[in-house]
Design a protein around this ligand. Structure first.
Ligand SMILES: C[S@@+](CC[C@H](N)C(=O)[O-])C[C@H]1O[C@@H](n2cnc3c(N)ncnc32)[C@H](O)[C@@H]1O
Length: 235
């Protein structure tokens, strides 16, 4: 926002440079290869109880592989990403696929301004919140709670650590190895960068942040490779 104090966090997406159009396209190509976006989206529709009347927001939507699939199941998807380059790819796909029930905003978790707009039914955020340091995650989560209607739901899926602190080296080396096996050397390099430069945190920290910002965790699943899924409702 324009009038933020000097101490306010400057969102700039550390780690992978999603503001570079080539890297944005590479991200899209690579993730299409090792993720099944149709399945991911159908799962979200089911576990979040998304209905045709719902407005869904995808925070950190990237190139829109989930957002555009979700658009088939709801009234509207509000797609927000700090990278204009990632959104350009999303918008091209929407145009090609004749998907018109989306709105896009090039903004960050913290800079996005929802003032004056209707509250939304569901918020989805996949593999994106780890770009903020923990304190700023709490500011972003409070904002999401504000944006949601009473009883609204949050689907959070991210790289979140669940290993014992003493075992971190073995766990992180294992994660890099698995990513190399699943998606090649560049994904392994990206995983190293993720661990070093981005802000993935422990599950017990994330759960504290969710609780303190007005969410009840209804369901948690620890998936392979340090991915954790949370389904939360706004209290
Ligand atoms: C790993 S990608 C995930 C994209 C998509 N959600 C998916 O599941 O494929 C992370 C995305 O978060 C975006 N991002 C990074 N920092 C952000 C911030 N502070 N606010 C909003 N989006 C951010 C990046 O531009 C990128 O598109």
């Amino acid at each position: 926002m324009k009038n933020n104090p000097k101490w306010y966090y400057e969102e700039k997406a550390p780690g992978v440079d999603y503001l570079n159009p080539e890297i944005a396209q590479k991200y899209d190509d690579a993730h299409q290869k090792f993720r099944n976006f149709r399945e991911e989206s159908e799962h979200i529709v089911q576990v979040m109880g998304i209905t045709p009347d719902d407005t869904v927001m995808d925070f950190g939507c990237g190139t829109g592989n989930v957002a555009l699939n979700l658009a088939k199941y709801c009234d509207k998807v509000i797609c927000i990403d700090i990278s204009r380059e990632m959104l350009d790819i999303l918008e091209n796909k929407a145009k090609k696929g004749n998907i018109n029930n989306i709105e896009t905003y090039s903004a960050g978790f913290l800079t996005y301004d929802h003032n004056g707009k209707d509250k939304v039914d569901k918020i989805v955020s996949m593999v994106a919140l780890h770009h903020l340091p923990d304190f700023w995650k709490s500011v972003a989560l409070s904002k999401m709670a504000e944006i949601l209607k009473p009883g609204g739901k949050l689907y959070l899926f991210d790289v979140i650590f669940t290993f014992n602190i003493q075992d971190h080296q073995k766990a992180l080396e294992g994660m890099i190895k698995t990513m190399r096996f699943a998606a090649g050397d560049s994904m392994a390099d990206e995983t190293e960068m993720h661990i070093r430069d981005e802000f993935s945190t422990y599950d017990w920290i994330m759960e504290g942040l969710l609780e303190k910002t007005g969410f009840l965790v209804n369901f948690k699943e620890i998936k392979a490779n340090n991915f954790v899924e949370y389904i939360c409702s706004k209290l």
